[in-house]
Write a protein of this length. Structure first.
Length: 805
DNA sequence: CAGTGAGCGAGCTTCCGCTTGACTT
């Protein structure tokens, strides 16, 4: 029987701590929260002074039972959850659920997982901070109230199974607002002028000196006039200025900055970064990865120093302690850093190696000296004109931290490398002119968010926590408020005027504009939901809502405010807005009439239907049932035209008969297809479903039949082994699973024995279950299943198929 | 995998923050 039981939040932490504490201590993990508001219903008794209705979730029951048992068997229980609002609440829930006694319970905290920090914590136990626990309850209940009162309004007014919440709704708003800014942005063009002079460098060789005109020119006429003037003008150096410059290393990683840098430098998605970081943490290679602190332990600062001295020498070392600037930071942990800074590299997957390398470099660089540069600015006067050319050069005097690490920026405009300027003197005449170009340039619209830049914005606004950034971003995509995708840009022409050898050339050039890679776009549903919420719940959708309620939670934490009264004053103003929205707003949220159908004379609408954006001819009140057609993915509820909508009703289209069966063309979830004899044939990208001919459809059908015929290279029927042609080349199919064939082997010559050997070598796999359709459609099908049951009410076949689904 | 959208109408959906596995591709 052990004397002491220590409970922490994370099992990886438990493992390391157990080593420090010796055999008198058993260390267990709570795996985060062990109790929460009841899953079903509000879980809050509003009339009864916001009394919470807590329950231990099913998947935690076994764990709680085990903790209880171990706690009973111990003399003293040490509650060592994190030192923040959530951690304090976890400690209290443990105390309550495990039925602990005050006299043999100790609350301890540490910010670093080092032996000293932990032994020190053990020596300084304290009581559970009830005020902090109350602040957490207020936070928890407020989130539940907002989420569970708003979401049902959306089910009624927009579409079932939607959601709204303090964090996710504001996150969607950021993206919708940005999209509107982009739509309303007026691109303006102007002319930038650059001169290239030829001057001698130190060794007397002629080199280019590039200089840009300080003013932009607003029109082609102005640009032409300026170049015309330059033909006969003279150019001379007016001033030269040398300025020392310093660059500072960035602070060590927090969750948010790690996500951003991994996206920029390694092209990781936000969730991918967290997955990889989690595995590094679990194998003890890095410190905790969900943190908002930039603080390094004194131990880390010491070992970083040792490393820097041995890699680069004394001159490169500069010990620094960083301050957290982000709003609402709770700093329960250290910054993200290597556990052992002396390990420059680690074993692991290539992703793990890359992320570790990034963390190592960032940590080391944060303790290194500033980089020193010198910038030179030469101003060049143009005779007979007030405007000046400016040439800038930069030299690195001392690389400092840049030796190991340089932070990236989101700015996708390629930063031009500035080099050292050739030697120049005030008064020098620049008579050797290579060219002067006036190039039409366009003003930049605001950028769309990437996952990482969105996290950055959320952190800046103090919305969400390190543990939730990744899930928030996936939630808004799951709800189909937002999509992450690429967009092809559009070709744009621009004008370029070049003065060379005394004459001006006028050229029209083209470039791609507006190309997007992996950016976040709002969907029709996202826009409709956002506009609705903004209209009826402007306070909740306010970018400062979270920051404001955090202030009242702080008051609760400091004991200045009763937690229930903070909630009741919120509820008093919030709940009436919910009632108001339920009554006043129309069912037809987001509906828009685009025109009148010329054939039937009925109105044509677009709206969010039960299954997403849809066009509708005629209304439900008409005697005749209205006609529906889903909108295409790229069509916007706000801007789609009557013509485009009417086109949607032209499908499915009959193409004529083939082999006695009708061919129809339509567009489904996976794109355009031809249906024939209840089989489906996808159209190629180049085929237009509105234009496709009967002959082309037959061609597609025959092509697919041909492919199916070529599917089998060989079949060993008695053994049930097939050698097939697949999308990724030849493979072996056996017992419902697929096996690779080495590239060096000719599939045509494979024997049964060789196939069996290959199967054995790759380890016999379980048969693939018939698609994971169940997993992806369960959620959606809950509505369709219910409907199909009733649609064919009573018939046994319908019940069967419903069960299957 | 390639559909759906009225009508009867019960019962379902949903939040944010702590934590990992247990599941497939």
């Amino acid at each position: 029987m052990q004397k002491n039981l220590v409970i922490v939040e994370s099992p990886a932490k438990a493992k390391t701590i157990e080593k420090f504490l010796g055999k008198d201590y058993k260390v267990m993990s709570s795996f985060g929260h062990i109790r929460d508001l009841k899953k079903k219903g509000l879980g809050i008794n509003i009339e009864n002074n916001f009394a919470p209705d807590y329950e231990v979730p099913d998947d935690k029951k076994a764990l709680v039972a085990e903790l209880k048992k171990q706690a009973k068997a111990s003399d003293i229980v040490w509650l060592a959850s994190d030192e923040d609002r959530e951690g304090e609440a976890i400690a209290w829930h443990l105390f309550d659920v495990l039925g602990l006694k005050k006299e043999n319970t100790r609350r301890i905290v540490f910010h670093e997982i080092t032996k000293n920090a932990i032994l020190n914590a053990i020596e300084h136990p304290r009581d559970i901070d009830d005020n902090l626990v109350c602040a957490q309850q207020a936070r928890r209940e407020l989130d539940r109230i907002v989420g569970f009162e708003l979401s049902p309004i959306l089910w009624k007014k927009v579409k079932p199974a939607l959601s709204a919440g303090r964090v996710q709704s504001v996150t969607v708003r950021l993206i919708v607002d940005r999209e509107r800014e982009i739509q309303q942005f007026n691109t303006e063009s102007s002319y930038r002028v650059r001169a290239i002079f030829r001057v001698k460098d130190k060794s007397g060789k002629l080199v280019d000196l590039k200089a840009d005109l300080s003013d932009k020119l607003s029109s082609k006429e102005e640009a032409l006039a300026f170049l015309e003037h330059c033909k006969s003008a003279s150019f001379s150096i007016e001033t030269i200025e040398h300025k020392p410059l310093k660059r500072f290393p960035a602070a060590p990683f927090t969750t948010s900055t790690l996500q951003q840098e991994a996206a920029r430098k390694l092209n990781f998605s936000v969730s991918q970064t967290m997955r990889v970081a989690q595995s590094l943490y679990e194998s003890g290679k890095i410190t905790y990865m969900r943190t908002d602190s930039v603080n390094l332990s004194s131990l880390a600062i010491e070992t970083a120093k040792k490393e820097i001295l041995s890699i680069a020498g004394e001159k490169y070392h500069h010990a620094r302690q960083y301050q957290t600037k982000s709003k609402g930071a709770q700093e329960a942990h250290e910054a993200i850093r290597p556990t052992y800074i002396s390990e420059h590299e680690i074993e692991g997957t290539s992703q793990e190696k890359k992320l570790y390398d990034l963390i190592w470099k960032r940590t080391i660089a944060s303790q290194m000296a500033d980089a020193e540069l010198e910038r030179t600015v030469a101003v060049i006067a143009v005779s007979g004109d007030k405007r000046k050319f400016v040439a800038e050069g930069e030299v690195l005097i001392f690389d400092g931290f840049l030796r190991v690490y340089m932070e990236s920026t989101d700015d996708d405009e390629t930063q031009e490398n500035k080099n050292l300027l050739p030697p120049l003197n005030v008064g020098d005449k620049l008579s050797n002119i290579s060219s002067i170009e006036a190039c039409e340039r366009f003003s930049q619209r605001p950028p769309r968010y990437t996952e990482a830049s969105l996290v950055h914005k959320l952190e800046e606004l103090g919305i969400g926590r390190p543990s939730t950034y990744a899930t928030t971003i996936s939630t808004i995509q799951q709800r189909e408020y937002v999509v992450r995708e690429d967009r092809e840009g559009e070709e744009r022409t621009y004008n370029k005027l070049t003065l060379k050898n005394g004459s001006i050339e006028d050229a029209t050039k083209t470039e791609m504009a507006g190309v997007e890679r992996s950016k976040l776009f709002p969907t029709n549903i996202g826009i409709v939901v956002n506009d609705f919420l903004q209209e009826y719940f402007p306070d909740i959708l306010d970018y400062n809502f979270t920051a404001n309620v955090e202030k009242t939670f702080d008051d609760v934490a400091e004991g200045k405010l009763e937690w229930t009264s903070s909630l009741s004053s919120f509820y008093k103003t919030f709940h009436p807005t919910v009632e108001n929205a339920a009554q006043r707003s129309e069912r037809k949220v987001g509906e828009r009439q685009v025109g009148v159908d010329p054939v039937s004379g009925k109105p044509v609408f677009v709206k969010i239907g039960r299954f997403g954006p849809v066009a509708q001819i005629g209304s439900a009140e008409d005697e005749e049932k209205p006609k529906f057609a889903p909108l295409r993915k790229n069509q916007s509820l706000e801007s789609v035209s009557l013509e485009e909508v009417l086109d949607l009703f032209k499908l499915p289209r009959d193409l004529g008969e083939y082999e006695g069966k009708m061919m129809t063309v339509a567009i489904g979830r996976f794109g355009a297809y031809v249906k024939h004899d209840s089989k489906f044939y996808s159209l190629k990208k180049t085929d237009d479903p509105m234009q496709i001919t009967e002959d082309r459809a037959i061609e597609l059908i025959e092509e697919k039949r041909q492919q199916a015929a070529n599917k089998y290279i060989k079949q060993f029927e008695t053994e049930g082994i097939d050698v097939c042609n697949g999308r990724f080349g030849p493979y072996i199919a056996y017992n419902g699973a697929n096996y690779k064939i080495p590239k060096t082997t000719d599939p045509n010559t494979l024997t049964v024995e060789e196939c069996k050997a290959l199967i054995e070598k790759q380890g016999e796999k379980a048969p693939k279950t018939k698609k994971s359709a169940a997993k992806t459609t369960t959620k959606k099908s809950s509505t369709t299943t219910a409907k199909s049951k009733t649609a064919a009410s009573g018939t046994t076949t319908a019940k069967k198929s419903a069960k299957k689904a």
